[in-house]
Write a protein that binds this ligand. Sequence first.
Ligand code: GLC
Length: 580
Amino acid sequence: MNFSSVFAILICYFLIFNNNIFGQVIISNKEDRKWWKEAIVYQIYPRSFKDSDGDGIGDLKGIISKLDYIKSLGVTAVWLNPIYSSPNDDNGYDVSDYRNIMKDFGTMADFDSLLKGLHERGIKLIMDLVVNHSSDEHEWFKQSRRSRTNPYREYYHWWNAENGKPPYRYSLFDVNGNAWQYDSLTDAYYLHYFSRKQPDLNWENPKVRQEVFDIMKFWADKGIDGFRLDAFQFAAKDTTWPVFPKGFEKKFTLYYAMQGNLHGYLQQMYNDVLSKYNVMSVAEGAGNSFADAHNLVDNDRHELNMAYPFEGVDIASPGGYSLLHFKEVFSRWDSAFQDNGWLSIFLSNHDQARMVSRFGNDSPSYRALSSEMLTTFIMTMRGTPYYYNGDELGMTNIRFTHIEDYKDVQTLNGYQHEKNIGGDLDKFMKLKAFESRDNGRTPFQWNYSRNAGFTSGTPWIKVNSNYKTINEEQEDKDSNSVLNYFRRAVKLRKEHLVLVYGKYELLEKNNPDVYAYTRTGDQEKILVLLNFTAHDAIVGIAADITDAKLLLTNYQYLPKTSKKSITLGPYESVIYQLKN
Ligand code: GLC
């Protein structure tokens, strides 16, 4: 063997063994690189994405027909809202069979082709795991309610009526706000934190845990890549049923989240399932404090991979919000997770109404610009971005004015409750126009044709009438569209790892109009400037951008810069690469 072949072998050795198990070259020893930290997650609400058979309901074949579109976005993972068998009291969040596909959505063969199609395109699949509760039509519950001695009785929480009324528990979706539902068959009450058709599973029962772990293995063995744990922070209960203080429901997560042996159950889940597969796991929520969130996701805990805190999305209100508050919240969360643990970054999902209507400005003049500005924010923060389908087109709230148009159990039961107590229904409807979950669930707007190309039948929920101006076909052709801006922002995040791992530093903390920050890594420093207003805004940090390279802007021309400041136009967003 001559000198040059020894040298070549050494080089190969170096290249191979400096790759981590996911085949990525390690850029910095400080970083614990993981595919799920680098993922860009696209959330699909299957009921509203694409209907293939004309029944007015989106389905798996519909998603399959759009796989090339999903690939064209550049996203690297898809989170699917629940697709399991369900009577649809809460659009699939009430599961009646965890190992089968909802009839409206198709068959297991369709699921297998979807998974294959995603994997062929290098896209991972994350499934919703809804196990704080099941449907009341699940076989477990049907058995459980049958008699007090049924073997499934302890799969749920029951309170026998001869013991008097159970201590009040608040229900998020119940018409009366009461989480205990009386069942005359066995003269007992069962617990449901969500609707009456969503009885809470008894996680204190080891058999329930085993059932859930087996279900998870069933899906992981199929090759899925992760789980989103729906409402799981509420799963463990204090079954001594203490009386909670009057009015506790206003801060119910303080009493419901992270109770009992929740961490013990998650550690068991990790040991039995999560650690055995290359799957990621994301909590819904993050408890009530940073300590709670860290306890869920820090490396040495061996529980979940990332938290999904709501404090950021909760800032939006019909009267607007303060950017100073927004900056403070996201900066505080970032700094609390600088050294350990990992977070999600998102501004909308199937429970939150439309991103541009809540955080941007959906008037015709600013809808596109403000959508792009918000996309820039999501794609340049630390944490894993979760992006909700339709936001890449800048889809807006539909703002129904008739209660009959709403389909969401939370909105409908809330309305009934308001009516029962003689509340202000006009006020209720105005609030729902801003925040009802149905705003984010109207059909995806594919093209100019009838029903926006979503279905050839009658859509299960009305299509937003603005589909003639906001649709995928039109935006795909226009290089300046919200859609093509989204593709550029995704590409940029993938090309600059500093946007995933780099240190985040807030600039101009007290600027009420502009969100400015840097992301700094070993080899690269990036500056992000976002004007959150509909007027020009000045940011005074321009001195050192003379040699900076402009990486992305949502304007057609360069920002107005002077020696000391930059003036950003309405909702202008710019990303610079700074000289290091
Ligand atoms: C989660 C889901 C929501 C659902 C609820 C009950 O919050 O995101 O859509 O209604 O749990 O499962």
